[in-house]
Design a protein around this ligand. Structure first.
Ligand SMILES: Cc1cc2nc3c(=O)[nH]c(=O)nc-3n(C[C@H](O)[C@H](O)[C@H](O)COP(=O)(O)OP(=O)(O)OC[C@H]3O[C@@H](n4cnc5c(N)ncnc54)[C@H](O)[C@@H]3O)c2cc1C
Length: 393
């Protein structure tokens, strides 16, 4: 048996012994994925135990070094772990901006002290993070941000406002961009800093959406103090760190395009099959085939990129291609699922719709937000044309 197959066997046995029954089959249920934090909320009580067990193995961050609470696995071993989790339809042990954004950035730019301080708390699900980039007048033109940080001895004193801060009302710490110098080019003089949300000067106001949900917030900073040791990289060189983090964020958002359900099976269920066993509606059949081919090509490209990251390559401007294509593909797919389910995809609440059908309407609407968060599709196209293709600006 190859070493990889031995590992698969070990994972399989461990999952059989440790994965809570209540979470098996809940892979597509967003409520089943733990976000951790100082005051964690669990839709399923078993999620707390699941997080602890997965963190104990280092499998909340399978490829991170063991000394920071990761699993120290290779990409191939990580793939096996994911396949085995998928076999039991299990959700991951943990999710969040710590794992997908600030953690990889700390691994790249953090000092040894910063890594030892923050990474184990991320992998253990002890601290929940949010992202303070956007401001009321600085979205796409992020470098124009105005939240100010003034040095006072060993601390920075922060004043200003962020907006669209996802999950700020639930987060324990924020990684944010502040202006420490206004004298030069707007990209210069930006500093990347970590701030404890428990500081009394931080005020969070959830933004209530038309759906009733409040996924993001306005976040205000009044004389908030953060030690100079919380700066990642050098003061004034935060734009470099900010772009690296966006690379991780965009790769993550692009990767979210992975199919939730099998399109051919869904189409057969709702549209029926013709006498040759094909999806009965020829127009939708063609669209399903096209979508499946596009998704497969994209997955192979994502895989190729993941292999190159494993070989030490850091995400650069090409992550914009993944962000752009992944989110556009996902929107087309959700739109197609809507066409397949027809009227059954138009429910918001009430009888007459299954749980999956009600989720469908929300997933379709949410997929549109993917093309805005982490930088809009138009901005990704600008980056691709300038920094990947080298076209004149
Ligand atoms: C679901 C979601 C979650 C988010 N979470 C966070 C978060 O946690 N933290 C955070 O900091 N921010 C977050 N954001 C904010 C997000 O980063 C911004 O919405 C995004 O960067 C766009 O900025 P804006 O909304 O100010 O739009 P604007 O910058 O005002 O853009 C408006 C329109 O103009 C277009 N446009 C602007 N400039 C150009 C240009 N140069 N060329 C071509 N077209 C252009 C844009 O593409 C867009 O269509 C989130 C957004 C969403 C939707």
């Amino acid at each position: 048996m190859s070493e990889l197959e031995t590992f698969r066997e070990e994972v399989r046995q461990w999952l059989e012994a440790n994965a809570p029954q209540a979470l098996r089959g809940r892979r597509n249920d967003p409520a089943a994925v733990p976000w951790g934090g100082r005051n964690p909320r669990y839709a399923y009580p078993e999620s707390a135990d699941w997080l602890e067990r997965m963190a104990g193995r280092g499998w909340t961050a399978p490829t991170w070094p063991k000394e920071y609470g990761g699993g120290g696995l290779s990409r191939e071993h990580e793939r096996v772990l994911h396949q085995e989790l998928a076999r039991l339809e299990l959700p991951p042990g943990l999710t969040g901006f710590g794992l997908s954004m600030i953690g990889p950035t700390l691994l790249q730019y953090g000092t040894e002290e910063q890594k030892r301080e923050h990474l184990p708390k991320i992998t253990g699900g002890k601290i929940r993070w949010c992202q303070g980039y956007s401001e009321p007048d600085s979205g796409s033109d992020l470098a124009s941000l105005q939240t100010a940080a003034v040095r006072d001895g060993d601390e920075f004193v922060i004043n200003g406002q962020k907006i669209w801060t996802s999950g700020a009302d639930l987060a324990d710490w924020i990684f944010m961009l502040v202006r420490t110098d206004s004298s030069g080019k707007k990209q210069a003089g930006i500093t990347f800093i970590l701030v404890d949300m428990d500081d009394p000067g931080v005020e969070v106001r959830p933004i209530r959406l038309i759906s009733g949900a409040s996924p993001f917030c306005e976040t205000f900073f009044r004389d908030v103090r953060a030690p100079v040791g919380n700066v990642i990289g050098e003061p004034g060189d935060g734009w470099t760190v900010a772009k690296a983090l966006l690379g991780h964020e965009r790769s993550m958002i692009g990767g979210m395009a992975a199919p939730r359900v099998s399109l051919p099976e869904l189409a057969a269920e709702y549209l029926g099959r013709d006498e040759q066993g094909r999806i009965a509606d020829p127009v939708l059949r063609h669209r399903v085939a096209q979508s499946e081919m596009d998704a497969l090509s994209f997955q192979l490209t994502v895989q190729r990129n993941a292999d190159s990251l494993a070989a030490g390559h850091q995400p650069g401007p090409e992550s914009s291609m993944f962000k752009y294509y992944g989110t556009e593909l996902n929107m087309r797919r959700e739109q197609l699922m809507l066409s397949i389910r027809d009227q059954q995809a138009l429910g918001w609440e009430g009888d007459g719709y299954s749980e999956e059908e009600l989720l469908q309407t929300r997933a379709w609407l949410r997929s549109r937000a993917n093309s805005i968060e982490g930088g809009t599709s138009e901005i990704q196209l600008n980056i691709i044309s300038k920094r990947v293709l080298g076209l004149p600006g």
